[in-house]
Design a protein around this ligand. Structure first.
Ligand code: PLP
Length: 371
């Protein structure tokens, strides 16, 4: 099998797995209990919080563990606007993940107005567009750091500056960015940031929300007093520890991984270019390393995915299948891919476990199917 869908999820790192094991087996105490049996759990939580904070230049008290990236996104949008009386507006983009888009749709039902910023053909937001639409009724600006389909990286620093100049909170969904590019919440002026472990070789079902001190946000999950009273629920110590180990490991190898993945991308694209296949390579110049989103002329992304699956190759498509009519994804629509290409969209997302041979084999398999 060739696994080339790392943007969907990634393989658990072995060191992360080893770090989790004691907390799944021997050290099963509840981290909130005061007795000695819970001490190691408490200490592990503290250390994981410190590690994660150090990876994004935050302080440990600004890290709040959640169950996944989706929860973090829901919390950011709803937690800042649910009780807002004056400033009720939300600004986001047309190409956000559905965790953000559907949270915004829910808030629209509570009469919170939402503005959706358009993007150019590379998936980039023009900073001026935010400047033009933002008003003093807007509570939060939420723009993803890197897109999950086409990998485009936004100019977060300029966007957060405009949000702050207008008194709004700035949130970024960094689920696809963390562990893949450098993230510094201070330098980028971020107030809220969503992360998810399984996108950087951590376990599934664990994430975090960075909340800058003093940010106006209410509790999202009601219950006990875990996470300083802000996010109830018994802590998933094993997964939190695994998430911290995986993030640190990936952050420490961002440069070498980037060089390695850029080379794999080149090999795959060069092989593809040697054929007669007519395709558009979607996304901007600044993209998440390893993300290759292609729209193939007169292709069918769904069929291509299934044919590659039969060859043992896992990739993904930018479009959700709707029986006979393959729907075009909201991202592909937003960047204006011409119709004759849009239906033939696939996403190949390579990871550091992929080899040069695999990159070639994926391209050759696509060529064979298209022929
Ligand atoms: N945000 C983005 C950009 C994503 O790519 C994903 C997952 O695909 C999520 C949020 C949701 O994360 P999780 O799978 O942890 O709920």
């Amino acid at each position: 099998m060739i696994y080339a869908d790392n943007a969907a999820t990634s393989k658990l790192d072995l060191d992360a797995f080893e770090s989790m094991k004691p907390f799944l087996l021997e050290e099963y105490g509840n981290a909130s209990q005061p007795y000695f049996f819970s001490r190691k759990n408490k200490k592990a939580l503290k250390e994981a919080r410190e590690l994660i904070a150090s990876c994004i230049n935050a302080s440990p008290g600004e890290i709040y563990f959640t169950s996944c990236g989706t929860e973090s996104d829901n919390w950011a949008i709803k937690g800042t606007t649910l009780l807002a009386k004056k400033r009720k507006g939300i600004i986001t983009s047309e190409i956000e993940h559905h965790a953000i888009l559907n949270s915004c749709h829910m808030m629209e039902k509570f009469n919170n107005p939402v503005k959706y910023l358009p993007v150019d053909k590379y998936g980039k937001i023009d900073v001026k567009t935010l400047e033009e639409v933002i008003t003093d009724n807007d509570k939060i600006v939420s723009i993803m750091m890197a897109n999950n389909e086409i990998g485009t990286i936004q100019d977060i620093r300029s966007l957060s500056e405009i949000a702050h100049m207008n008194g709004a909170i700035f949130h970024t969904d960094a689920v696809q960015a963390l562990g893949h590019i450098e993230v510094d919440v201070e330098m980028l002026g971020i107030d809220l940031l969503s992360g998810s472990a399984h996108k950087f070789n951590g376990p599934k079902g664990i994430g975090f929300l960075y909340i800058r001190n003093e940010t106006e946000i209410v509790r999202f999950i009601d219950g006990g007093s875990q996470e300083r009273g802000y996010r109830a629920g018994t802590e998933n110590v094993a997964s939190i520890v695994g998430m911290a180990v995986a993030l640190l490991k990936n952050c420490e190898s961002i440069d070498s991984n980037t060089t390695y993945l850029k080379n794999l991308e080149k090999i795959l694209l060069d092989t593809l270019s040697e054929s007669e296949i007519d395709y558009i390579h979607n996304g901007g110049e600044k993209r998440i390393p390893g993300n290759i989103n292609l729209s193939i002329k007169n292709g069918n992304g769904e069929q291509l995915l299934h044919r590659l699956d039969l060859m043992g190759i896992c990739i993904s498509t930018g479009s959700a299948c709707d029986g006979e009519n393959a729907k075009i994804s909201h991202v592909i629509k937003a960047i204006g891919v011409p119709n004759e290409y849009a239906k033939g969209t696939i996403r190949i997302s390579l990871g550091h476990d992929n080899t040069v041979e695999e990159a070639k084999e994926i391209a050759e398999a696509i060529i064979r199917v298209m022929k």
